[in-house]
Design a protein around this ligand. Structure first.
Ligand SMILES: C[S@@+](CC[C@H](N)C(=O)[O-])C[C@H]1O[C@@H](n2cnc3c(N)ncnc32)[C@H](O)[C@@H]1O
Length: 254
């Protein structure tokens, strides 16, 4: 069984969740809005992290709707009138059945070796007609579009080292490429998906995400201090451009 690779990163959680929110929230909100989410919906946000999606959902479904937000680590999640925060392991803890109009998980199943079983559990927690929305990365497309040759090599070394660590921890590196089929295989209806590869410049939310991710596992990256500092400089410099992880989403209804 894998362990969440970034679980014990202390004060780096904040910048990591901020970068995810800046990079992904607008797309998440648009995707969920087009499902018709509104006052009264009962929502489950799995592995809610910094809470930006749960807080947004809570506003959208108020006053009569409700959000349950779970995570292994709930330190950054906020209880509100219509938000229940649950310290919960989606692999081993139970979820209520037939309970939710919307279940959303972003970059959580990616990390979990039991992702296909978790998917069935999330499906069963939907009420008939409820929507499951997954948003995940396919990490393989990341490559350097603009940097000096030695710098480009360094960026690719960090990518490969990070992906090796993720792989050993049980992540599925191209999981994003498989989610639409996984939703179909789990028996959901009206399944559709999308995939986007962006250009991330140094200093953008995407490169900030790459930098905080690398900082979280600094001790396990085979790099000298000089190389690591150079990598952080590159991730902050507008001269650097990479093609992003593919940002994949898929949705289906029970
Ligand atoms: C990459 S972060 C994504 C956070 C948030 N979903 C977002 O997109 O901003 C992955 C989150 O999943 C949580 N997580 C990892 N394994 C989990 C598990 N077995 N059950 C519940 N949450 C888990 C982590 O604690 C972390 O908050």
């Amino acid at each position: 069984m894998g362990t969440y690779l970034f679980g014990d990163a202390g004060e780096l959680h904040g910048p990591h969740f901020d970068a995810l929110s800046a990079l992904l929230d607008a797309g998440t909100f648009a995707r969920v809005e087009q499902l018709g989410v509104a006052d009264g919906w009962r929502c489950l946000e799995v592995g809610g992290g910094g809470g930006s999606v749960a807080n947004w959902l809570a506003d959208v479904v108020a006053p009569s709707g409700h959000v349950t937000v779970t995570d292994l680590d709930v330190a950054r999640l906020e209880e509100r009138d219509n938000v229940t925060v649950l310290e919960h392991d989606v692999v081993s803890n139970i979820l209520p059945g037939n309970a939710f109009d919307l279940v959303h998980a972003r970059l959580v199943l990616f990390h979990l070796p039991a992702r296909d079983a978790v998917l069935r559990k999330l499906r069963d927690s939907l009420r008939p007609g409820g929507w499951l929305v997954l948003e995940e990365f396919d990490c393989l497309p990341l490559e350097v579009l603009s940097a000096a040759p030695d710098d480009a090599k360094l960026i690719m070394r960090v990518k490969n080292a990070l992906l090796t660590l993720l792989d050993h921890a049980g992540a599925e590196l191209a999981w994003g490429a498989r989610i639409e089929k996984a939703l179909l295989d789990t028996g959901l209806n009206d399944v559709s998906g999308s995939r986007e590869v962006q250009e991330w410049e140094g200093g953008s939310a995407g490169c900030r995400l790459l930098a905080t991710t690398a900082r979280k596992v600094r001790d396990r990256l085979p790099l000298s201090d000089e190389e690591f500092d150079r990598y952080l400089e590159l991730m902050a410099s507008p001269e650097t451009v990479v093609s992003s992880y593919a940002i994949c989403s898929a949705q289906g209804r029970r």
